[in-house]
Design a protein around this ligand. Structure first.
Ligand SMILES: [Zn+2]
Ligand SMILES: [Zn+2]
Length: 100
């Protein structure tokens, strides 16, 4: 079985990309029978999005422990609490920001 370079239109961004003979061979070896629908860029983008959607537990934003100024519950905030500004847990933050 021989492969030739193919031009495929990405179903996401509409760009035309080359599905090279080498890639096709790789695909076939892995048992994939369908051509890719997306350009490599969109595939990579999708991968990172999928990861964050499925509770991917890789590197994420550092969280700082804090005490909620409203209910006194311990919470975590994505910034370092300082400067005397009140910090709220997510529940109270919603309440406080709605009350404004
Ligand atoms: Zn694309
Ligand atoms: Zn609270």
């Amino acid at each position: 079985m021989s492969f030739v370079d193919k031009s495929i239109k990405c179903s996401d961004c509409g760009a035309t990309f080359t599905f090279s003979a080498g890639e096709q061979e790789l695909f076939a070896k892995r048992g994939y029978t369908n051509d890719p629908k997306r350009c490599p860029w969109c595939r990579a983008l999708r991968k990172t999005q999928d990861n964050s959607f499925s509770g991917y537990s890789g590197p994420r934003r550092q969280m700082f422990p804090a005490v909620c100024a409203e209910c006194g519950k311990g919470t975590e905030v994505p910034f370092e609490p300082r400067g005397g500004r009140p910090v709220y847990c997510s529940d109270c933050y919603r309440k406080v920001s709605l009350a404004r």
